[in-house]
Design a protein around this ligand. Structure first.
Ligand code: ES4
Ligand code: ZN
Length: 326
């Protein structure tokens, strides 16, 4: 069967990856040593054994703890470089990378160190891997609107180094409307807008992300299948969903990959894409997500082509560049 080979070799765009979620245990330990930070684990095996989360919150607790080893601009650069080399090996030619500045500024790391470190890795990837990499600043939805506005102010001196903003972290209890004014401001600034919605939260959160935040893409969005009217809206307006199958598996959004609704979403005509989310924690990068999902759900070459095409159509590259990809 040559399908896995097709999946691995086809050029693709990754639109949903948290750079802090690409920190492999080996790099966490190396940075802990370099920065003399105590992470509470002394071996790769011990760290990996702690990755036994059962839902989004139990994952986030470990993910934020791992990020504590990041102190200097070069730490952020090293992390992003490792991800971009790994992505290039999976034939990812375009990546729009999330970062969570509040996780770092809350620990006294400056916005400048975070953004300049990540941006240097993006520039290098273009030169050395031929990967076009851009940054999307994510606000933590469990924190306040006021803290989000402060974070935006801190980031504006580096406005030219990120293309958009997103909303992530604990979803249930933190609906999109909490950040309506923030997103309106970012829209005025000409930033692209995306938000996590419908990962664990209800279809109502996808509706408000679309109608109140006016986002251009929905991150995850798999719970949309529970609402036929919402499915119609997503299909009609071709709102991309950045789906992350192995993430959904590890966080028990679906009991197994065979039960994942990606085939149903695609079949309903939605602009679905496949992404890795937090590959160091969820057990797979882009090609692992494609190969395992296709093996479990019985999708075929036609869907492979559609997903690759969708990933470029859903990206924030210019329409002119999109015509070249197509
Ligand atoms: C995340 Cl899987 C997921 N969901 C929400 N926020 C996140 N941040 C990093 N990974
Ligand atoms: Zn995510």
């Amino acid at each position: 069967d040559r399908l896995p080979e097709l999946l691995r070799r086809m050029p693709k765009a990754e639109l949903h990856v948290h750079i802090e979620g690409t920190l492999e245990p080996e790099l966490i330990l190396a940075l802990a040593r370099r920065n003399q930070v105590d992470v509470g684990y002394d071996s790769v095996e011990a760290l990996r054994q702690a990755y036994n989360f059962t839902d989004l919150q139990s994952f986030l607790d470990i993910y934020y703890a791992g990020a504590c080893v990041l102190r200097e601009a070069r730490d952020f650069e090293d992390m992003a470089r490792a991800y971009l080399e790994r992505a290039a090996a999976d034939n990812v030619v375009h990546a729009e990378i999330f970062f969570d500045p509040q996780t770092h500024t809350a620990r006294g790391v400056s916005m400048e160190k975070v953004i300049t470190g990540l941006h240097r890795a993006c520039e290098r990837a273009r030169d050395e891997q031929g990967v076009n990499a851009t940054l999307i600043l994510c606000f933590l939805r469990h924190l306040s609107e006021e803290e989000a506005f402060e974070t935006l102010e801190q980031a504006l001196p580096f406005r030219d180094k990120f293309i958009g903003i997103g909303l992530d972290s604990s979803e249930v209890g933190h609906p999109p409307e909490k950040f309506a004014r923030l997103f309106a401001r970012c829209r005025e600034l000409g930033l692209h807008l995306v938000a996590h919605a419908g990962e664990e939260g209800p279809p109502a959160y996808v509706w408000t992300a679309l109608n109140l935040l006016r986002v251009e893409r929905i991150d995850h969005g798999v719970q949309s299948a529970k609402d036929p009217m919402l499915m119609q809206r997503l299909a009609q307006d071709q709102i991309p969903l950045t789906v992350c199958p192995l993430s959904n598996l590890k966080l028990k959004v679906f009991p197994d990959l065979a039960a994942h609704n990606i085939g149903r979403l695609l079949g309903a005509g939605l602009c679905v894409t496949v992404n890795s989310d937090d590959p160091a924690y969820f057990g797979g990068y882009m090609n692992d997500n494609f190969v395992q999902t296709f093996a479990a759900t019985g999708l075929g070459a036609r869907q492979a082509y559609q997903l690759a095409l969708n990933s470029f159509n859903a990206s924030f590259v210019s329409e002119r560049v999109k015509r070249n990809y197509g």
